[in-house]
Design a binder for this molecule. Structure first.
Ligand SMILES: [Zn+2]
Length: 240
């Protein structure tokens, strides 16, 4: 559904760009070769206009003023295209009821295995607030969690941590948590039947570019973020 929307937006942008180029050429009577040089950045707008044949019925000064206007419009459209390619996504932490049940029962809510409470010996992170732990200063609960519950019948249970005391669920949309940028991360794009169709490592915190690349692949339905060293699940990412 998202793919159709983006495909339609792409067609509209292409049509607008074509109209602008047609308007640019007709308005200026600019030659195709000058236009190519202008678009490649080899010549300035004034040079491109002057290099083209001057129609007798249009004054040069008026043509240049109109050219500046069309050129600005062209730049604006290009910027709009760039902005429209920015990823729209939402980060989803584990469900609140899962972390609440783990705190209350001290067992894995999905499997019933005993949970383990300890003073944080590593940075985590907490899968509810998506903050890293202060090592040696906070208590955390370790329990077994299946991140594919409700997505696919084939589970992949693994260990996750949450703060022992209740914390706020990470909720901002369209924003990757800064608290995760210091961690080595792996982004896995899942297609149908939860097959991993693409996997990328992020070690410099530049998550947005990777999310964009993965969601550019239409077969990807969602992304899971995992710890790049421990391999355990951290968060789920949907297209917005
Ligand atoms: Zn937390």
């Amino acid at each position: 559904m998202g793919g159709t929307r983006f495909a339609r937006a792409g067609t509209e942008r292409k049509t607008r760009a074509t109209d602008i180029v047609r308007s640019f050429r007709e308005d200026l009577a600019i030659s195709p070769s000058s236009l190519r040089h202008l678009r490649s950045g080899n010549v300035s707008l004034s040079q491109a206009v002057q290099a083209s044949e001057t129609p007798p019925n249009i004054e040069r000064k008026k043509r240049i003023v109109r050219a500046e206007s069309v050129h600005l419009s062209w730049d604006y459209q290009s910027n709009q295209e760039t902005n429209m390619k920015e990823p729209k996504f939402s980060i989803r932490a584990i469900p609140d009821e899962i972390s609440a049940a783990a705190r209350n029962t001290r067992r894995s809510p999905q499997y019933g295995h005993p949970a383990h409470v300890e003073l944080a010996g590593g940075t985590g992170p907490c899968r509810q607030c998506l903050c890293t732990f202060y090592v040696g200063k906070e208590n955390r609960i370790l329990f077994t969690y299946n991140p594919f519950d409700g997505l696919d019948p084939y589970p992949s249970p693994g260990p996750i941590f949450v703060h022992e005391t209740p914390c706020a669920t990470y909720s901002p949309r369209d924003k990757f948590p800064d608290t995760l940028r210091s961690l080595p991360l792996v982004f896995e794009g899942y297609g149908s039947d939860r097959w991993v169709t693409v996997r990328e490592k992020v070690i410099d915190g530049a998550a947005e570019a990777v999310i964009t690349r993965i969601f550019d692949q239409p077969e990807v339905e969602y992304i899971h973020v995992r710890h790049g060293e421990a391999g355990c699940f951290i968060a789920h990412i949907n297209r917005a």
